[in-house]
Design a protein around this ligand. Structure first.
Ligand code: AMP
Length: 195
């Protein structure tokens, strides 16, 4: 199935990471999204890769919606130049809003918050609560330990092998969009095999 998103949620770090390729690939993705007129939905901050991707899209004429909880506004320095900034009461409301406003999800390098968001969206898909694409951008093999952890859950008998289809792992920003050409359907057994 070919997929033409109107909006994509990007999960990524509130830091830049220590390899400049992380930032370069985030910017490349941002420019492609702006060119394809795909709206960015993200955590609303102005720091780290979060702030960089938002600014790059705005600089290239794209639309950006930020979703930030009130208590993080001061820490993440909510971005003031966004097309739209939604303030939520809690982290849970933030993640729910980001989910509802997006046609799919892209995961860039990030820290624990990025992992939390990624695992949540993957588990919702495992439970068949949604069927939106999840693309993990494995810049410089950053997400290999994550990928191996998922493999370990299969090898250890805690997940159906169909969970491999919950997400697509790609190496470059360009291949994110190639991935949209052929998104696998997740097997029903991923949810039902152990019920
Ligand atoms: P990080 O990857 O830790 O830099 O965080 C990236 C984004 O995830 C930031 O917007 C954080 O506010 C958010 N975040 C951090 N910790 C959590 C958490 N426990 N649950 C949900 N989001 C979080």
């Amino acid at each position: 199935m070919s997929f033409q998103p109107k909006s994509l949620c990007v999960f990524c770090g509130s830091k830049n990471g220590n390899d400049p390729t992380y930032v370069e690939e985030a910017k490349a993705l941002a420019r492609m999204m702006a060119k394809k007129e795909i709206e960015l939905v993200y955590g609303g901050g102005s720091i780290g890769i979060m702030g960089i991707i938002a600014q790059e899209i705005l600089d290239h004429g794209g639309r950006v919606t930020g979703v930030i909880p009130e208590f993080l506004q001061k820490h993440e320095v909510g971005h003031h130049g966004l097309s739209e900034l939604i303030i939520t009461e809690s982290m849970h409301e933030r993640k729910r809003t980001m989910f509802e406003k997006s046609d799919g999800f892209i995961v860039l390098p990030g820290g624990l918050g990025t992992m939390d968001e990624t695992f949540e969206i993957m588990t919702w898909k495992q439970l068949r609560l949604h069927n939106k694409p999840i693309i993990v951008l494995d810049t410089k093999d950053y997400w290999q330990p994550f990928h191996q952890l998922v493999e370990a859950t299969i090898a250890g008998g805690f997940a159906h092998e169909g969970v491999r289809d919950l997400y697509c792992l790609v190496k470059t920003a360009k291949s994110v969009f190639e991935c949209f050409e052929d998104i696998p359907d997740v097997l029903e057994e991923v949810f039902t095999s152990h019920l």
